[in-house]
Design a binder for this molecule. Structure first.
Ligand SMILES: NC(=O)c1ccc[n+]([C@@H]2O[C@H](COP(=O)([O-])OP(=O)(O)OC[C@H]3O[C@@H](n4cnc5c(N)ncnc54)[C@H](OP(=O)(O)O)[C@@H]3O)[C@@H](O)[C@H]2O)c1
Length: 98
């Protein structure tokens, strides 16, 4: 089996959900890497907005994308509409994948 590590040196690295629990820990870890960090929060880009996601990726062209964007804080997934929660999750992931 080959080397499973991935060299981030010189890469443009995006962290979607950088203000969240997982994303902020990831950003703290990545600042030690020799890479160009592109923090991506909802204030800059709502991942449900496909046109905005395409425009952002066209402009910043990240080499690596970490997806830590989610709806998990508090009890929103349990108290809100399950359909809305799933829809938001699918839209965020689908727009990033496209
Ligand atoms: N925390 C853990 O211990 C843990 C462990 C294993 C796996 N995970 C998984 O890791 C992921 C993140 O968890 P977390 O605990 O870090 O969640 P979190 O603290 O709630 O953070 C979620 C992040 O996603 C952002 N976000 C939500 N909707 C967005 C949208 N439409 N556009 C752009 N950004 C959006 C939030 O931005 P705002 O601040 O603007 O809302 C926030 O930065 C989840 O899938 C979770 O299941 C977490």
């Amino acid at each position: 089996m080959g080397d499973a590590t991935f060299d981030l040196q010189g890469r443009r690295v995006c962290v979607a959900g950088h203000s969240g629990m997982l994303g902020s820990a990831l950003v703290r870890r990545l600042v030690d890497e020799d890479c160009r960090l592109l923090p991506l929060g909802r204030e800059a880009l709502d991942l449900r907005d496909q046109a905005a996601v395409f425009a952002w990726f066209g402009e910043y062209r990240p080499d690596v994308v970490f997806v830590a964007a989610a709806t998990v804080r508090g009890s929103t997934p349990m108290t809100g509409s399950r359909f809305r929660t799933v829809r938001k999750k699918v839209l965020r992931r689908a727009n990033l994948l496209e």
